[in-house]
Structures are given as C-alpha cells and as structure tokens.
Design a protein around this ligand. Structure first.
Ligand code: SAH
Length: 251
C-alpha cells in the first residue's frame, strides 16, 4: 500500500491504521465482487491504489484554501474537514471518488448516486462492511434527483468522475449544488477544451468555472485535472431535462 500512503501524504493526508484497514477491505471486496458483477476494468493491486483510491483522494486539492478544510499541520495532522459537509457523488460506479474521500474524511455527509442496480448492491455492501456512517446510497439518475425537492440545490459539494462530457455533466451536477457550493469534475488531458465547450451550459445553469487544477499522482504518468465550478445563481426550473436528454442534446 506504499504508493497510496506516499501519494496521500503528498496530498496532505495522513492515513492511519484504521484508514489502511478500510482501503485493504475495499480492495478485497472490489476484486471479489468484480468476478461476478464487472464493476471496474482496473483490478491489479497497485493500479487500484493509484487510479481508484489516490485519484479519488486528489479531489482534496480543490478544497485547499476554502472554508471547508482545516489546514494541515506538517508532522502532526493532515487536512480535516472544518465541519460536516453535505456531498453527492454522481454516477459513482463502485464508489469513486466518494468512498475513498469518506474514508479519509469521516465527517463527510455523503450521498452516492448510481443508475445501475448491480453497482448499487455493491455500494450498499461495502458501506455496511466498512461500518461507514452518514452515507446514503441511491439508485437513480441525476436527471431525476435534480428535480426532487429534497435533493435539488441541497449539496455543498458535488463530485463526478468519468460520467459524461462536461456540457452534459454540468446539467447533472449544477442542479444538485447549493448556492455558493462547489462542483468538481475529475478529468484527464482534455480538461481545458471540455471546460471551454461547457461555458455556455455553465452560464445557463447558474455556474461559473472557478479553476482547473492539474494533479500529478505518485505512480501515474499522465496528468489528471480537477475542473472546479461554483454555483453562483439558481438553476432555472426546466433543468435538468428528462433522463437521456442532457446526453443527447447537450446545452
Ligand atoms: N465514477 C466512477 C464510475 C464511472 S462509470 C469511476 O470513476 O470509477 C460511469 C457511471 O455513471 C456508471 O456506473 C453509470 O451507471 C453512471 N451513470 C451514468 N449516467 C448517469 C446518470 N445520468 N445518473 C446516474 N448515474 C449515471
């Protein structure tokens, strides 16, 4: 687990024995369930540590310098959440990036949203197995949740990795984000171009591009990017449109 520990340290996170236990169990359950359910293409030990766990934890970079995080004290403690934070991970799959963040930040009030039933089953299992509190697993689509009163504009932090291109993804994420909150989309090399192509959608949905943060991860050659967007105005009621429409006709 050296790659994960070293990489986490570089992100300002000190993983304790308890954290290590959780990541080890998460890895074993992921691989065991993957044999039956095809949850992820990545199963090799080091690849999971870096491409799933560490990559998920790297979202913390977008929170550094915000009111959400207490500063790390070198040699003493890593970053901690300043207070419980309501967060939703849209299209979380086998739990990325939401669950590794929940392991590292126990005060996170996390909702995991996933459309596929077999992935939802795994999520329910792993949340129980890890004994995580304040995690809600929902089977559903972002287009539906975004129109529900108890979810719409409710989350301070909205996350997604590898779900859709930004012009579509913004219509999934922004309606769920509370005014003043942040949306973080994890992207690869095409982040700049995608962000440019989503400017119109962002403006329509009440969002603004805050910054794009390049992230280098221990054990990973390619550069990753966090596209950080803020919610600056209410989202018009007609968004998100019906399931399938944001992908078929992006704003
Ligand atoms: N975020 C995970 C999974 C990426 S695969 C990771 O990075 O590993 C994309 C996932 O998003 C799939 O599991 C798919 O079922 C889900 N998904 C796609 N569109 C969705 C939507 N509109 N609402 C909810 N989930 C969606």
């Amino acid at each position: 687990m050296q790659l994960l520990l070293e990489g986490a340290r570089q992100l300002g996170l000190d993983l304790t024995d308890e954290h290590r236990w959780a990541f080890q169990v998460y890895y074993e359950e992921l691989v065991a369930w993957n044999a039956r359910f095809n949850l992820t293409a990545i199963t090799e030990y080091e690849q999971v540590q870096v491409r799933h766990f560490l990559d998920s934890l790297s979202c913390v970079r977008a929170l550094v310098g915000t009111e959400y995080l207490l500063p790390a004290v070198p040699g003493q403690a890593g970053f901690r959440l300043a207070r419980p934070l309501t967060c939703i991970d849209v299209g979380t799959g086998a739990g990325f990036p939401g669950l590794p963040l929940k392991i590292a930040f126990p005060r996170l009030r996390l909702t995991l949203l996933e459309a596929t039933g077999k992935k939802v089953k795994f999520l329910e299992h792993i949340v129980e197995r890890l004994g995580l509190e304040d995690v809600t697993v929902i089977k559903g689509r972002a287009e539906e949740l975004g129109q529900m009163r108890n979810h719409r504009e409710s989350y301070e932090l909205v996350l997604a990795r590898a779900v859709a291109e930004l012009p579509t993804l913004t219509e999934y994420l922004l309606p769920l984000c509370r005014l003043g909150g942040l949306c973080i989309a994890q992207k690869g090399v095409g982040a700049q171009a995608e962000a440019a192509s989503a400017q119109r959608a962002l403006a329509v949905l009440g969002g603004r591009l805050r910054r794009i943060i390049p992230v280098e991860l221990t054990g990973l050659a390619e550069t990753r990017h966090l596209v950080v967007m803020e919610k600056i105005a209410r989202t018009p009621e007609k968004y998100p449109r019906r399931p399938g429409v944001p992908a078929k006709r992006p704003l």
